[in-house]
Design a protein around this ligand. Structure first.
Ligand code: AKG
Ligand code: FE2
Length: 519
């Protein structure tokens, strides 16, 4: 399955590379040994020539010398020149590499990871020039400010930037391709065109793609000068020669094309994009108590004997819609257990697409469903959710526990948890719509990953071990549009959550219905 959609899988890839490092070490040792052998032959023959064959003919008087000369020329040189050892060494390396092929990321993973980086760039307004230096900075009042300080900073190479730029380029997303290829060209220029065996692109490739991206965004004069630089390295490139001619014609034309400027590609949720990004950037922005004095924190027992001795710290985040955070809902070891038992079942998360379910770029994670038969912890959590919410969460009144692990820049764009169409798969359980969501934060994150409520205009940060609860439906059964929410892209960290979706039926004695649309 895909690797980039779950950080767990990315972590597992480390052990694959560790194996590859071992293989390469073996290969290098074998090749060094081979070259040593060749060098020994070289030294032997060249020494003979400095010692024995100085004067013409004299040494040949010795038949042993004559014989060994003939033998060398007939077979020793042949054996050296046509040795298969280099090939055998390469083949051994390749076959051990191929044994690991199933565990290697695919092109889709590379593209997914690159798109994840561009998503983080956009949502957190990160500077590409900083990212390339391994830093996470946003420009504020003309000054770059660090929004996260990594303990190890990994600068990117010209080739790294080339690959990100190319992914954008191939999607005709010139807004991003221009920025990343610009960095690629700068870095490639800096290395003076030095060749590295691992590189995919060259300065010429980067110039070529950058020139065309600038042409597409209307910056013809820059496209021209980049193409001219490219011709300097590859003067006979017919296609580039043609482009130069085309760009020159355009520039002398009566009305050269206007520079359209760089605009971000439009996405599904343009209308809510600004709010969404603001809420993600100001992680955990919540209305302060003085702004809304009706918000409060307390120790909550729900009058349940099970909670009397150990009340839960409850934080009311919003009244409309009603959203609360229950602190320390789960213990560290319980959270570890849930992640561990979910691991083998993780598959790419899907979204409702008509009557069916499908993967989508707007939800990047893997998830697994846990029945209470999976492990005693699942039933225990059900019971605790029931005590806190007073709701019946037994299947099919509650769905199985959905454990989610986010991937690189993993996110879930603004959506409703409840069904908004009668054909939704949510109704397959025949227990009505999803009346409430109970979501447990199974991990912390270092940056990003907040849960943002778009119309309600607040975001809840990831609070490890806490759980968030809200009603999705009004008491009359209508969906509450104010519950539109999102999982912000994870900037730094490995985010895990568990969802418990509770349905309308089975709650008749716990959750009062009403025909009043205001409730
Ligand atoms: O991960 C989050 O913060 C939100 C997840 C979510 O909304 C969902 O899984 O439906
Ligand atoms: Fe959701």
């Amino acid at each position: 399955g895909e690797m980039y959609t779950s950080l767990l899988n990315v972590k597992q890839a480390i052990s694959v590379e560790r194996k590859l490092i071992d293989y390469l070490r073996t290969y290098i040792d074998q090749e060094l040994e081979r070259l040593e052998d060749i060098k020994r032959f070289y030294v032997k023959v060249s020494d003979l020539h400095t010692e024995l064959y100085k004067g013409p003919g004299t040494a040949m008087a010795n038949p042993l010398v004559a014989f060994t000369l003939i033998k060398r020329l007939h077979s020793e040189w042949l054996n050296v020149v046509y040795s298969n050892e280099a090939l055998e060494n390469t083949q051994a390396l390749r076959s051990s590499y191929e044994d690991k092929e199933a565990d290697l990321p695919k092109l889709e993973d590379l593209q997914g990871a690159a798109k994840g980086l561009m998503r983080l760039q956009d949502v957190y307004a990160l500077q590409v020039t900083s990212l390339v230096r391994g830093r996470f900075q946003r420009v504020s009042n003309g000054k770059p400010i660090d929004i996260y300080m990594p303990t190890v900073s990994v600068p990117l190479s010209g080739d790294d930037c080339f690959l990100v730029g190319k992914v954008a380029y191939e999607q005709e997303d010139y807004y991003h391709s221009v920025q990343w290829l610009e960095e690629s060209v700068r870095l490639f220029r800096g290395t003076g065109g030095e060749w590295s065996p691992e590189n995919e692109g060259t300065l010429e490739d980067a110039l070529d793609h950058l020139a065309f991206s600038h042409f597409k965004t209307g910056n013809v004069s820059y496209a021209l000068s980049l193409s001219q630089e490219l011709l300097h390295y590859d003067p006979m490139n017919g296609r580039v020669l043609q482009n130069v001619e085309k760009y020159e014609k355009l520039l002398v034309a009566a009305s050269p094309p206007r520079v359209s400027g760089l605009r971000r590609p439009t996405t599904k949720h343009v209308r809510t994009r600004d709010t969404y990004e603001r809420l993600c950037q100001t992680q955990g922005s919540q209305p302060m108590h003085f702004e809304n004095p009706r918000l409060f924190c307390d120790y909550f027992t729900n009058d349940n004997p099970g909670l009397l001795l150990l009340p839960v710290r409850r934080e009311v985040l919003s009244l409309q819609p009603y959203v609360v955070l229950y602190h320390n809902f789960i213990t560290d070891t319980e959270a570890e257990d849930v992640k561990r038992i979910a691991q083998p079942g993780l598959t790419r998360s899907v979204v409702a697409a008509g009557e069916k379910q499908a993967t989508a770029d707007y939800r990047i994670s893997k998830s697994a469903w846990l029945k209470d038969s999976a492990h005693s912890i699942v039933g225990k959590l059900d019971q605790r959710i029931s005590m806190l919410t007073g709701l019946n969460v037994k299947h099919p009144y509650g769905e199985y526990l959905q454990v989610v692990n986010y991937g690189i820049g993993g996110h879930y764009e603004p959506h409703f948890d409840h069904a908004t169409s009668p054909s939704s798969p949510v109704f397959k359980l025949k227990t009505g719509n999803r009346v409430a969501t109970f979501m447990i934060y199974l991990s912390s994150v270092d940056a990003g990953g907040s849960t943002a409520f778009i119309y309600a205009n607040f975001s809840a940060p990831v609070v490890e071990k806490a759980a968030i609860f809200w009603w999705n439906l009004h008491r009359n059964g209508q969906g509450d549009v104010d519950t539109l929410h999102a999982g912000c892209p994870v900037l730094i960290g490995d985010k895990w959550v568990a969802n418990k979706w509770i349905h309308e039926y089975g709650q008749e004695f716990q959750h009062r219905c009403s025909l009043n649309p205001e409730e």
